[in-house]
Write a protein that binds this ligand. Sequence first.
Ligand SMILES: Nc1ncnc2c1ncn2[C@@H]1O[C@H](COP(=O)(O)OP(=O)(O)OP(=O)(O)O)[C@@H](O)[C@H]1O
Ligand SMILES: [Mg+2]
Length: 267
Amino acid sequence: MRVFAVYNIKGGVGKTATAVNLAHLSAASGARTLLWDLDPQAAATFYFRVQPKIKGGARKLVRGRKPLERHIRGTDYRGLDLLPADFSYRNLDLALDSTAKPRKRLAKLIGPLADDYDHLYVDCAPSISVVSESVFVAADALLVPTIPTTLSLRTLEQLRGHLEVDGPGKLRVMPFFCMVDRRRAMHREVCSSVPTESPYDFLETSIPYSSDVEKMGIRRAPVTAFAPSSQAAQAYRDLWREVLSSTNSLLGWLGPIARRIGFGVRS
Ligand SMILES: Nc1ncnc2c1ncn2[C@@H]1O[C@H](COP(=O)(O)OP(=O)(O)OP(=O)(O)O)[C@@H](O)[C@H]1O
Ligand SMILES: [Mg+2]
C-alpha cells in the first residue's frame, strides 16, 4: 500500500479538494483506494456524504484496541472507501501524546490495512503538530498544494527546516501549484521563477483556479466525477498521473538523495 498525504502547514490551499479528486481517480483506475479524513472540519467526509463519526472518538482510535478497519465506510464510488473524520480529531494531538511512540502511531494503525488497499490518501488538517509528524512517518509521499505567492514558498522553507531536523528520511515531498489564477501577476511570476527558489522540486502539473472545484460543495462529489471534462478535472488527472509516475520511478525516489549528495538530479 502506497501512502500519499495531502499536506500543507497553511489552511485553505486546496488540500481536501486534491485528496478527494485524486482518491476518486485512483479508485476509478482500478486501484483499491482508501481516503482517511484526518481533519476535524470533516470536509472530505462531507463531500462523500458520509457521517463524520468515529465510534469512541480520537482517543479510542489511536489506542488501537479495535482495528481501524471497523471504522471504514464505503462511498458511492466503486473501489473507494473512506475513514471518516470525527470532531474529536481536534484533540488528536493530545490523544497521540498519551500513547507510547506517538510519531509512529499512525503508521502502526494503518499497518494491518496494507493488504486491503493499494493506495491510501490522507487529508490532513493544516498546522505542524504531533499529528502531522505522525503522518510524516506513515506517508511515502507528501503532496503539498501551494498557492503561488511568496508567503507560500516561505512555508515550504519552514517545512523543509522541520523535516530536516525531525523528518523521516524516506519521505518524498512533492509540492505543486494549486488554485492558480493566471490573470494575477504574482501567480504568473511565482509559477515561472519558483524552481530556483523552492527547497523542493515542483511537480509540473498545476491546478487552476476553477469554479467547478468550488461546486464540489454543492454537488457533494469529486469534480472528476460530476464534471470529468472540465479543465479542473483534466488537471487533477494530469496531477494523478504525474504523482504516480514520479513515485514509480526509481529515479524519482533517488532524486532527493542524489541532490543531497551533490548531483543535480531532478526528482
Ligand atoms: N482549484 C480550485 N479553484 C477554486 N476553488 C478551489 C480550488 N481548490 C479548492 N478550492 C476552494 O477553496 C476552498 C478551500 O479548499 P480546500 O478545502 O480544498 O482547502 P484545504 O487546504 O483543504 O483547507 P483547510 O486547510 O481548511 O482544510 C474551498 O471552498 C474549495 O472549494
Ligand atoms: Mg481541508
